[in-house]
Write a protein that binds this ligand. Sequence first.
Ligand code: SF4
Length: 704
Amino acid sequence: SLKVGQDPVQTTCPYCGVGCGVLAYPDTDKPVAGDVAHPANKGRLCVKGTSLHETTGQDGRLLFPMVRGRRSDWAEALDEVAGTIWDSVKTHGPQSVAFYLSGQLLTEDYYVANKLAKGFIRTPNVDTNSRLCMSSAVAAHKRAFGADVVPGCYEDLELADLLVLAGSNAAWAHPVLYQCMKAAAREGRRVVVIDPRRTATSELADLHLALCPGTDTVLFNGLLTWLADKGGLDETYIQAHCQGFEEALKSARAAAPSVASVARQCDLPAEDVETFYRWFTDTPRTVTGFSQGINQSVAGTDKGNAIINCHLATGRVGKPGAGPFSLTGQPNAMGGREVGGLANTLAAHMDYDSPGARSRVAGFWGTGAVAAGPGLKAVDMFEAVYRGDIKVIWIMGTNPAVSLPDSDRVRQALARCPTVIVSDCVAHTDTTAHADILLPAAGWGEKDGTVTNSERCISRQRCFLPLPAEVKPDWWIMSSVAKKLGFAEAFDYAQPADIFREHAALSAHENNGERAFNLSGLAGLSDSGYDTLVPVQWPVLKSTGPDTSDSKRLFADGGFVTDNHRARFVAINTVLPAQKASEDYPMVVNTGRIRDQWHTMTRTANTPRLLTHRSEPFVEMHPDDMTAAGLAEGHLAKLSLNGGHFVGRVRKSPEQRRGEVFIPIHWNRRFASDGVATLLTESVTDPVSGQPEAKHGRAAITPF
Ligand code: SF4
């Protein structure tokens, strides 16, 4: 589908869950532009988006298959992959094979990976780096609504008269959404930012609640108590559409009985807590946006539900300018959720324990059965590799040797693993260094498919560059391996449209009703319809099709996806961070993104422009902590934990809480061997979602 010399190609940005529409030019010297026709960004782009054309070159690309350190070709590489998987299944059973996927994959790639693994190889051990990003929000949605559904849309962030941002530095992590939030400023509109640290987003705040890290459930339990005591409940909505309110309120009262108690536990001024509670009570149009500061926690799911409880209690769900809103990190984290990319899901939003799901999926795929699951979630998966239970791991488009907590142990696990297969567009990463078989995968601009952004909007990502050298799309690579394994008929795809139609058809079953994931209106899409598909929010029902579908908001009048169609309040107890500061490790470490980099910098570091904002790893700390540690602005500080360390340039930050430092997550060992943040976070996870407590670590600090 190369369109040299033609009009710009409408595609989407691959760098975050906002999912901005991009106009790209086959002539790569011409900068990309924002697509005014795309509903997510209406022409806006952040600096990562406007730099996209600078990252499409072939420097550092993986261009040929590599087998055990030498250049190979597809015939041999596919034989090696298929043969290794086959041998492992025969000798050690299907569960000895694992797939670790990425929110960078397109939905069609994800679908093929899931089908191959769970349907045909019969291993449930498929998980994705989205586990690190939003799995707590997924679990919270399921507990409350019965399905993983974001009830609102981006427009609500602008319509809200009170915008609450919890654990979200949107100014840096979701810059275009932040621009929209900023542009929506008007008399009477207020913004509350809940974050231990004063960030760029705090500049928008009428009230910044710099709470003690990990105390978000206390704050929102206190809000539920306040709403009940001050006549702030929507009793009619609760009675008509919800269940479990009394139990949730009882837990809230026990955990957060008064403003004074909340203020003490959260280390906040009582008057600020009360101001927040009054504003929330008095503002029908309230949206609470939440992101990794909520999700990346041992209580991430509870935090999400504590927020959702307050919205259910006030009937503020799925209404214009009112609702809880999970801001997803990755461009296609939601697309991956849709096809079953998480270890606890099966396909098309069905869990392993959804009624009839296994037989339905097995029947649809014609396999007779599917893998017995759920499978291992990301942290447990790499621990199983370390133990030797997993013999073959296939990693696609992600860099777990840097991004997972306790990443040195992940590297050791990969070094021990008999066969590591890596598909990537980048030749040299901390993870490809451990690969026995390297498969060159198509990158942005070279592949065709769909992605789904944070507001359930499915958009086409379109190809506008030729595939270089022996590079292939991920769906082609996996389908070719499937054919080698003897599953040719089930993987006889000629193009991504074939895969998308199959995925959409699988979603069209009776359990996926009108308010849940349902793409029945797209199952009959023609090739040209797929080519020209305009952004559309799911569900897309057969009765409407994509052209007249209106799925902006869900659940305003109830109709949840639970058995009795009532939303569930969840009783929340206080669980504080597992990684506590101690005598040996007295500093609390807060981690996060910076404005101009993406994940482990394997692509964004190739653009000098994106290194001008922050060019090296750094440590932001309070001036009093700097003095106590014998450090000054510009010094190098060494943070240490259990033999691992992180070295960064000290940046004075008077608004950092005392005893806490902030470090960026991005640097990998190739760009800064001492700058890997995940050496300071341990492998502790939320017991419900399996998401690591990656936001929070601890360390000793000394001059370097
Ligand atoms: Fe890309 Fe996100 Fe920036 Fe939009 S906000 S241009 S999707 S990185």
